[in-house]
Design a protein around this ligand. Structure first.
Ligand SMILES: [Zn+2]
Length: 429
């Protein structure tokens, strides 16, 4: 089972200076930065997914700047991402249209032909047909037939199927190095199975299941079971946007060949609790909480408090410096956990001071947070990890603060997750 990382220009500056909190001297964005497969000792995934929605174009702007977009189209995905076939043999360079970005439009802004051009210019190895999201997912035993669904859903279903038929024909021009993937969209498990069967009959040998991002694991299981039941065994399955990565066994059970997600990286800065990953002795994923020490001069919450006259900015800077110092001195074993926590919590309290909460509520919140951070500082998980993030930065990746630390923590999570997946694959054989 292959793990494909959905990229969104996630790089770090390898020369970043943690103490001065600034980029390396003369750093040029992208050129001097490193993607996870460059920064870490080995690539933490089996492929990269690039969405047209993220790259963007004149019609729908994405995340790339105009210069990056032009460079991407000129050089192709592999050169742009510095993820060459030679260096990463057997890796997937996969594309999709990013249906979520145009979900509210009556139909996709991309056609089969220009999508094939995009994949061809980009030198992709795999690419998805242009699909249109269907948001509904019927409960078991309440599944609607095609006659019972609203017209909007029926049209989205038909567009996705029609585009897939055209895309398969157009993709022939890319030759055998390119594997077209037909996208499944449906409003229920049976309708997804029907879509899958239609695509297999068209001649697809690799299908991608879309629209599962908001689904619960039980719903995904039902969809997979229904699809697998009708599909010939040799047809491979990819799961698009699979964030529920604690459930690898479910994918394995239903013969999923590959899945993509950003989860290990993104949870490093979007999850307030489980943002630094580790593995228990039993091989399960476990989690720590990074210590939040935002930059006093740049933090919006602190700025508002300063404006309201409730906080002295100089005091905030002092508390910030003391908190940083506390964590670093703890890492060097110069002070103990309680002293480090005092420094961290003094700043935390200022940052999260809530005038509306009662004094007892405030004490409770403070205690709760202190216990969470105590776990991180006591266990010193950065010492138990051999990835480059932890080796070079030590405790810095466990400080929740600015992109260079947060994305490094995300790369560490990718490293941990990939090891977890490799062990899982070894056990599954
Ligand atoms: Zn690490």
């Amino acid at each position: 089972m292959k793990f494909v990382f959905a990229d969104s220009l996630d790089f770090v500056d390898p020369a970043y200076d943690f103490i001065a909190d600034r980029n390396g001297a003369g750093r040029t964005i992208h050129r001097d930065d490193q993607f996870p497969h460059e920064f870490l000792d080995t690539s933490p995934y089996d492929g990269i997914l690039v969405s047209r929605g993220i790259v963007g174009d004149a019609l729908i702007p994405g995340k790339y700047t105009e210069a990056q977009l032009m460079r991407f189209r000129r050089e192709g995905a592999r050169r742009f991402l510095r993820y060459s076939r030679e260096q990463f043999p057997d890796s997937m360079m996969m594309g999709d249209c990013g249906a979520f970005t145009y979900r509210n439009m009556p139909e996709p802004p991309y056609r089969a032909q220009d999508t094939v051009e995009f994949y061809g210019d980009g030198d992709f190895s795999h690419g998805c047909s242009p699909d249109h999201l269907i948001f509904d997912f019927d409960d078991q035993d309440a599944e609607r037939s095609e006659k019972e669904i609203p017209e909007d859903i029926r049209i989205r279903f038909e567009i996705t199927q029609q585009n897939a038929a055209e895309f398969l024909r157009e993709a022939k021009s890319l030759g055998r190095r390119f594997v077209p993937m037909g996208v499944i969209q449906g409003w229920s498990a049976p309708s997804m199975a029907q879509a899958a069967l239609n695509l297999a009959k068209m001649g697809y040998v690799y299908l991608a299941i879309g629209g599962t991002v908001p689904l619960r694991i039980e719903q995904i299981r039902r969809a997979l079971a229904a699809i697998r039941e009708v599909l010939p065994k040799q047809v491979r399955l990819h799961l698009l946007g699979f964030g529920k990565i604690e459930h690898l066994a479910d994918l394995e059970r239903y013969g999923v060949t590959s899945f993509d997600t950003t989860s290990p990286l993104v949870r490093a800065f979007k999850d307030s609790r489980k943002n630094y990953w580790a593995r228990s002795k039993a091989g399960e994923l476990s989690y720590y909480t990074a210590i939040r020490i935002p930059q006093a001069t740049e933090n919006n919450r602190l700025k508002v408090k300063a404006l309201q006259g409730r906080l002295d900015q100089e005091e905030a800077r002092q508390l910030e410096a003391t908190a940083l110092n506390g964590v670093r001195r703890l890492a060097c074993r110069e002070i103990d956990v309680e002293d480090a926590l005092d420094a961290v919590m003094a700043y935390w309290e200022k940052l999260n001071w809530n005038d509306e909460a009662s004094p007892s509520k405030r004490v409770q919140a403070l205690d709760r947070q202190r216990r969470i951070y105590a776990q991180t500082l006591q266990d010193r998980p950065w010492e138990g990890c051999d990835c480059r993030v932890c080796r070079e930065g030590g405790v810095e990746a466990l400080i929740f603060r600015n992109s260079n630390r947060n994305k490094r923590r995300g790369m560490h999570n990718l490293h941990v997750f990939y090891k977890h997946l490799q062990d899982f694959r070894a056990d599954a054989v």
